[in-house]
Design a protein around this ligand. Structure first.
Ligand code: SAH
Length: 463
């Protein structure tokens, strides 16, 4: 194996004047040809026969086929003037012979999966428009390089190519207005750290341009509010977008449903403001929360309003947004996995089922101040559907009684899930008659979700 310090990464120009030779006609050659066709290069494939996929590539017009074995004579005829050669047959010896001839001719050559005779190797690539990340293990462990690539794939937002193109388009204008490279660098850094990057990533070029101009002229624009769903508690169920915004926020307003595991993923320097919302402990009542969001955004902050589950499902996200709109504060909403989806998956209970549940209702079981529940009982107490009740633990006895009174049998299946998706999740599967008693006996506490319906009988517990 070659030592690791003989390899040097560069980004090579392959425009339409560049010709690249690929030796081979099977899968390996097809893969390399595919990579090359993502550039503007002309590709010459040398092989007696071609697999059907490579034959299709010929139709595109940028691939020339030399139907011959890659003998010394054939290579001498086709290699001069080409920029790169891939020895990409499935025969290691044949590849080595091609590599030797190419090296004699001083043409950079890669024998696929065989660094020793190669003068260059191809990295694993992550590509988003003009942004490229190339990962190489210097030929030591290609499988590891591919794993690292998968990780980077999930880290790089889809819009980063758009962001790069936006910055490229604005560069010249910036250079005219700000001759000092230092100033330009600072403006760009502030742009990337601030809301401008999010705007460009989302494809809102007009807003991004306004933000950039504000930064360039020193006028501090307003901040914005990100209303983000954090899912039901398992940090692995955060969306990529939620995670990105969590790492870019100046401040975060969160309520009691959020486990520490999730808050730990918010940028360390962000200011944390607990706004409560447990029944008894309203650290900040709703109007106070709205005012706080508005005040901070107007002061230029990127404010993260982090909510359990999905912000638009029993999350009062709608009310917060109305207040932001009235105040003219820009905002963005990011959905999250709601408790119903998270708990159903982690408890192994499907929410719909071809045989027994053609629809699914999400309800709030939050009792009124006088302790009564005002729900459309006739609609809820139906067969053929699943009923998911949020905030129903306090009123669970009343809930189950009403459902029986309105026609469901006492033996109708029902489940209770406490701290769904979290390491200390607990599940009871029972029926309407016994569930309230079991919940008390086993000391179930909030957050807990009730699922009512025959789907509970279809519960599967993975081994
Ligand atoms: N916006 C949230 C719901 C907020 S209401 C969402 O989409 O999930 C709060 C209620 O959600 C709790 O009382 C409980 O019924 C339910 N809940 C939230 N997270 C939960 C969890 N991890 N396990 C069980 N129930 C949960």
């Amino acid at each position: 194996m070659d030592s690791q310090d003989i390899w040097f990464p560069v980004v090579l120009r392959l425009d339409d004047s560049a010709r690249v030779v690929v030796v081979g006609g099977g899968t390996i050659a097809t893969n390399k040809t595919g990579l090359l066709l993502a550039t503007k290069a002309q590709v010459t494939v040398i092989s007696p026969a071609l697999c059907p996929e490579l034959q299709r590539a010929l139709m595109g017009g940028r691939v020339t086929h030399i139907a011959a074995v890659a003998s010394r004579d054939i290579l001498a005829a086709h290699l001069p003037g080409c920029r790169l050669v891939y020895a990409a047959t499935d025969d290691r010896n044949a590849n080595r012979q091609v590599a030797e001839i190419a090296r004699e001719m001083n043409i950079p050559v890669c024998a696929v999966d065989d660094p020793a005779p190669s003068s260059f190797i191809t990295p694993a690539i992550v590509r988003r428009g003009p942004v490229m990340v190339a990962i190489s293990t210097s030929g030591a462990a290609p499988v590891l390089a591919r794993r690292i690539r998968e990780r980077i794939e999930t880290l790089l937002p889809a819009g980063v190519g758009r962001l790069a193109r936006f910055m490229q388009a604005a560069r010249e204008k910036m250079a005219q207005h700000h001759p000092s490279p230092d100033t330009r660098r600072r403006v760009w850094e502030n742009f990337l750290d601030g809301k401008g990057a999010e705007q460009a990533l989302a494809g809102d070029e007009i807003a991004a341009t306004t933000t950039l101009e504000g930064l360039a002229t020193g006028e501090n624009g307003s901040g914005e509010v990100w209303l983000v769903g954090a899912g039901p508690g398992d940090p692995d169920l955060l969306t990529l977008k939620a995670l990105r915004l969590m790492q870019n926020a100046d401040s975060v307003l969160y309520d009691h449903l959020l486990p520490a595991d999730i808050l730990d993923r918010v940028r360390r320097d962000a200011e944390r403001i607990f706004v409560g919302k447990q029944k008894s402990d309203h650290a900040l009542p709703q109007p106070g929360i709205n005012d706080e969001l508005i005040r901070r955004a107007k002061a230029g902050e990127r404010v993260l309003r982090l909510k359990g589950g999905d912000p638009f499902i029993f999350g009062r996200g709608g009310e917060e947004i109305e207040a932001l709109m009235e105040a003219g504060v820009p905002f963005r909403v990011v959905p999250g996995i709601s408790a119903a989806n998270g708990c159903a998956a982690s408890a192994g209970i499907p929410l719909t089922h071809r045989d027994c549940a053609q629809s699914c209702l999400f309800l709030t079981g939050h009792a009124r101040a006088d302790g009564t529940l005002d729900l459309p009982w006739h609609t809820i107490a139906q067969r053929g559907q699943t009923v998911v009740i949020y905030m129903g633990l306090g009123g669970i006895s009343c809930l189950c009684e009403r459902l029986i009174e309105h026609g469901l049998p006492p033996s109708w299946p029902a489940a209770l899930i406490e701290k769904g998706t979290q390491p200390d999740q607990r599940v009871i599967t029972a029926d309407l008659e016994s569930l309230p008693r079991l919940a008390v006996e086993q000391g179930f506490r909030s957050p807990a979700l009730i699922i009512v319906g025959e789907v509970v009988r279809h519960r599967v517990v993975s081994v």
